[in-house]
Design a protein around this ligand. Structure first.
Ligand code: C5P
Length: 306
């Protein structure tokens, strides 16, 4: 039996606390050792009962929703098709995506929407898809989608799609600075290959960062943040390097490019520290500066109050 009521699922943005990248595999993907963290900047996907499958995208006024496809090219739409074929049927539903995660920002916003769409449609149609099957379908959709399902803080291996939760005792405060223009993930990986033609096939491990997470101390985490895609991203967008230096000179414990960029995230000592830093960055010419903490939950149903 299908739910007669719309189902809203919330999914969080991710940042990579550690992104170790190895030389490309035969299939073109890069082997990763990464540590993801879900932060409190979320998209909501609502699945309304409908006779067909459709998709609408809306969002915060600083997000360019016009560049987000609403057809089969949208990962949330693909999620609906894949979930349907897993169950041997065409799934219907009017999917409404409410975006707060920047588009093409290195925060896995599209992956969050896909994960949320999987859960929302599963509940709308009462499909009872197992967690293992949801994770497998998520991995087919994209390397970051399984993490968007589980959230929290997790180690990612393979091409990023094999995820397991890790111990994390801290509450970490981040200042997030999106760029007006997105960066293409494949382009950043291609630039990594150009800059590092002799990269080791085994990506750098995350042991130092995993220990820091268990201390709960921001200063320890700051020292161990690592992103192998930062150099190519900054080479493509030199202003990102300037922004990192600027944020650190304003008191951030550490600034780092998030994933393949161009979003830059700054680790702070506390909520107050993060708000102070955000204010300083806004006063010096950055119109959109966000504050979020992590780790937060993965894709989950938001209770309806109707
Ligand atoms: O898996 P996903 O569809 O998110 O990947 C987008 C693109 O990013 C891939 O087509 C590939 O160019 C690059 N990528 C990669 N290695 C990874 C993940 C992504 O080269 N581990």
């Amino acid at each position: 039996m299908s739910s007669q009521h719309p189902v809203t699922v919330r999914a969080a943005a991710k940042i990579n606390l550690h992104l170790g990248v190895g030389a490309p595999r035969e299939d073109g993907f890069h082997p990763l050792t990464t540590v993801y963290q879900a932060v409190g900047l979320c998209d909501d996907v609502t699945a309304h009962p409908a006779d067909e499958l459709s998709l609408e995208v809306d969002g915060s006024d600083w997000i360019d929703v016009d560049v987000v496809p609403t057809d089969g090219a949208n990962l949330a739409h693909r999620a609906a098709v894949l979930l349907g074929s897993h169950h041997g049927r065409d799934l219907t539903g009017r999917l409404v995506v409410e975006k707060a995660i920047p588009v093409a920002g290195g925060l896995a916003g599209g992956s969050a929407d896909a994960a949320a769409a999987l859960v929302a449609l599963d509940r709308l149609h009462d499909l009872g898809t197992s967690d293992d099957d949801l994770l497998r379908i998520a991995a087919e959709l994209g390397s970051d989608v399984p993490f968007a399902l589980i959230g929290g803080t997790a180690l990612g291996t393979g091409r990023g799609e094999l995820v397991e939760s890790v111990g994390d005792v801290g509450t970490w405060w981040w200042v997030i600075v999106p760029s007006r223009e997105g960066l293409s993930t494949p382009a950043v990986y291609r630039h990594f290959d150009k800059l590092f033609p002799k990269a080791d096939p085994t990506p750098p491990d995350a042991e130092g960062l995993l220990s820091a997470l268990r201390t709960g101390q921001p200063i320890s985490l700051a020292r161990t943040l690592h992103n192998d895609l930062q150099e190519p991203a900054v080479d493509l967008r030199p202003e990102l390097g300037t922004l990192i230096e600027h944020g650190e000179s304003e008191g951030a414990l550490r600034g780092i490019v998030s994933g393949s960029g161009p979003t830059v995230v700054f680790l702070c000592e506390s909520a107050d520290h993060a708000r102070d830093l955000a204010g300083a960055l806004m006063r010096t010419g950055h119109p959109v500066v966000l504050v979020a903490n992590g780790a937060v939950a993965g894709s989950h149903v938001v209770p309806s109050h109707v």
